[in-house]
Design a protein around this ligand. Structure first.
Ligand SMILES: [Zn+2]
Ligand SMILES: [Zn+2]
Length: 316
């Protein structure tokens, strides 16, 4: 049995898996939902003193009615479609039940599956970049997406504030397409545990890139290898998405923006505020005060990122 397998495998769950894989898959699918909702609660309940220290724009607060509206959309948008989607895609996952695996108690989950999970996130990033870009350049697509952009002061609670069509479109295009890719490759299907990791990441990353904080630690670390190779300002995922909500411009995804040059307004916005460009050295240096950005003499609040202005929105 692999070391990951021994960590994850519970004998009763193993029995359930063999008796009814679909129900077992549904049980696994609850993990991302529960973890992400808990993470949202934690991010929203951070004491005000710390929030003011970590927020990009501490003077701006979402109204009570916004918070109410976001919470109403959080539960249906996380639980219903995602659970349904995960159940639906169970057939194109790998259960580790290749010949001999279950018989000897192995779930066949190992390092390669974790690497596949990371690659799945990168494939999603490529796919979502093009989808999201189309949502901002095509009038019909934008109609579907614009509800999300009524959020001008994002918080973790607002990450699932998407229209019904927008939500399902994301699932079908962004997440199912990379899964179909794995399905067709000689590497084989994505392991269901890897899928659980990916979905936990998707929802947690969504919450923290909408947190309004300078740092999105889990997201930043996940993209660090790609950002480091590019050595360009792709490292600050939370401020980049904050900018996207504030001005409704540029920064459609993460590192894909740098590749396609759609981060120019964002880069300009940083420079206008005296922020240093992000380099490989600053990425490594910022890993230490990763969660608690320390004030920097160079740029003021937030390490090398710098302060955010309070210009009004340029577009709808
Ligand atoms: Zn957008
Ligand atoms: Zn957003």
């Amino acid at each position: 049995m692999s070391s990951f397998g021994s960590l994850l495998q519970v004998s009763s769950f193993s029995a359930l898996r063999q008796a009814n894989p679909r129900v077992a898959f549904a049980v696994l699918s609850c993990i991302p939902c529960l973890v992400s909702v808990s993470y949202v609660v934690v991010l929203m309940l951070i004491p005000t003193r710390l929030q003011n220290q970590w927020l990009i724009d501490p003077d701006k607060k979402p109204s009570a009615s916004e918070l109410r509206r976001w919470s109403l959309w959080l539960l249906p948008n996380i639980f219903m479609p995602i659970l349904g989607y995960l159940l639906y895609t169970e057939k194109i996952m790998r259960w580790g039940d290749e010949p001999g695996a279950v018989a000897n108690g192995s779930d066949g989950f190992g390092w390669w599956d974790l690497l596949m999970a990371w690659l799945q996130v990168q494939l999603q990033e490529i796919t979502y970049y093009f989808l999201h870009r189309a949502q901002h350049t095509n009038k019909t697509f934008y109609k579907v997406h614009k509800m999300h952009h009524t959020v001008r002061t994002p918080r973790a609670l607002s990450f699932a504030y998407l229209g019904v069509i927008d939500t399902h479109f994301n699932f079908l295009v962004t997440f199912a397409w990379p899964l179909a890719f794995w399905y067709c490759t000689p590497f084989g299907k994505l392991h269901v545990y890897a899928n659980t990791v990916v979905w936990t990441w998707n929802l947690v990353a969504g919450a923290e890139t909408h947190s309004g904080f300078w740092r999105a630690p889990i997201t930043d670390l996940t993209f660090l290898p790609v950002d480091f190779v590019l050595g360009k300002p792709c490292f600050d995922h939370s401020p980049a998405h904050y900018y996207h909500h504030k001005y409704n411009l540029g920064t459609y995804g993460h590192w894909m923006d740098f590749i396609f040059g759609t981060d120019t307004e964002y880069t300009q916005w940083r420079r206008e505020r005296g922020c240093q460009d992000i380099t490989r050295q600053s990425m490594v240096r910022d890993l230490l005060p990763f969660i608690l950005p320390l004030p920097s003499l160079e740029t003021g609040r937030g390490g090398t990122i710098g302060n955010v202005g309070s210009k009004g929105a340029k577009t709808e």
